[in-house]
Design a binder for this molecule. Structure first.
Ligand code: BGC
Length: 377
């Protein structure tokens, strides 16, 4: 019965328990014992499954978010590498951890929850002390998106954010397409238009653990980021406007290094972030290029990141708590048991004219692309 109900919820590739092939256990197992769907804000919340030989991915239209991402490890064992819940209601109840969601209208922080555009001041919601984080509690991650298109390997979701929603000017029409590629890639393609000048900075807020969601730590993961500088932040995690060189510091990931190796170093920026919670300023040469990789020795799973964005927020799960509500299949997600690598324009760019602009004008199209590509070694 459970399998049947879940099959009704999934659009593609659903198998009943009895016909499942052991060597390719997929999301049907990951989300067993639940009926995920429900209504939020009077709209149907659904699940969509994308599948090819390398990946099985489940998404929901609530926050256009990734719910599970299954890959095979070096022993051929199915491994769900992202954190999440097995019911829409759990996502709603815990909306402010942003698991797997598209965050915005402005991903990351805006200082004093305000900015000026063409001389006009805009006041946003303060949902992080005096700052605005990820678009505030009325952000796009907390909205039910519409389904535009779904194939076995891609889904396009759309949301129209009305003028002044969450304090941001302009009616913004956004579309996000997730597409699987045969080389183990998950491409996230963002497009948006506006009818009034505004600022926009969308990203995906997946929490990864390449040993499998629920594994106790990510400190053994080896991380490499093509960045020679980070954006310095003040005590509120708001950019000071200065870039800091990573050379000779805990922030030097120009060569692969275990996340845990220097996370406990005496370093003023690490102290402020309670660990890593910083924008890495990417050494970009091309519009869309490789910028980072993460490798988990235990499972052999490797993730490569390609993006069109100039920045990458590396967050090492410092605000996660052992007592946080349990995730999929009753798993506990302890302190620092996941990391986020969010491709983005720099935090607080609307208040820093020296940062790459996040202004979107009527007639222009916002376009951003990121691929997370999985393999084993
Ligand atoms: C931010 C963190 C925040 C986390 C979850 C990250 O993007 O940089 O400071 O705690 O999201 O909200």
């Amino acid at each position: 019965m459970v399998a049947l109900v879940l099959c009704a919820a999934l659009t593609y590739g659903c198998q009943s328990k009895s016909t499942q092939n052991k060597s390719s256990e997929t999301v049907v197992d990951t989300l067993a014992n639940t009926t995920f769907e429900s209504q939020i804000d009077g709209k149907e919340v659904k699940l969509f499954q994308l599948k090819n030989e390398k990946l099985t991915v489940t998404l929901t239209n609530y926050g256009a978010r990734l719910v599970s991402l299954n890959v095979l490890d070096k022993e051929g064992k199915n491994t769900d590498v992202i954190l999440g819940y097995d019911a829409a209601k759990a996502y709603k109840d815990n909306f402010n951890n942003y698991y797997g969601a598209i965050v915005g209208r402005y991903g990351n922080r805006i200082g004093n929850a305000s900015f000026k555009l063409n001389g006009q001041a805009y006041q946003l919601e303060k949902n992080d002390g005096e700052q605005s984080l990820h678009g505030g509690t009325n952000g796009v991650y907390n909205k039910v998106w519409d389904l535009l298109e779904n194939t076995p390997t891609s889904v396009t979701l759309a949301y129209t954010s009305p003028d002044l929603e969450a304090g941001y000017p302009g009616t913004v029409k956004m579309e996000v397409t997730y597409t699987l590629s045969e080389d183990g890639g998950l491409l996230i393609d963002y497009q948006a238009t506006t009818d009034k000048e505004t600022v926009l900075n969308l990203t995906n807020h997946a929490y990864f653990n390449l040993n499998g969601a629920g594994d106790t730590s990510i400190l053994d993961h080896e991380l490499q980021i093509d960045a020679n500088t980070i954006t310095e932040v003040d005590a509120n995690l708001i950019p000071t406007g200065k870039s800091l060189p990573v050379k000779g510091t805990a922030f030097d990931f120009t060569k692969p290094k275990a996340i845990g190796l220097h996370i406990g170093d005496e370093n003023a920026q690490l102290k402020i972030g309670k660990g890593y919670d910083h924008n890495f300023e990417l050494d970009k040469k091309d519009d869309f290029q490789h910028v980072a990789s993460v490798y988990a020795p235990k499972t052999g799973i490797e993730m490569q990141i390609y993006t069109s964005e100039p920045g990458l927020q590396f967050y090492s799960g410092n605000f996660m708590k052992d007592s946080d509500p349990k995730g999929k299949n009753g798993k506990v997600y302890p302190y620092r048991s996941a990391f986020c690598l969010e491709t983005q324009h720099f935090p607080d760019a609307p208040n820093h004219p020296n940062f790459a602009s996040t202004v979107l004008k009527p007639g222009d199209t916002y376009h951003s692309k990121t691929t997370y590509r999985f393999s084993v070694r």
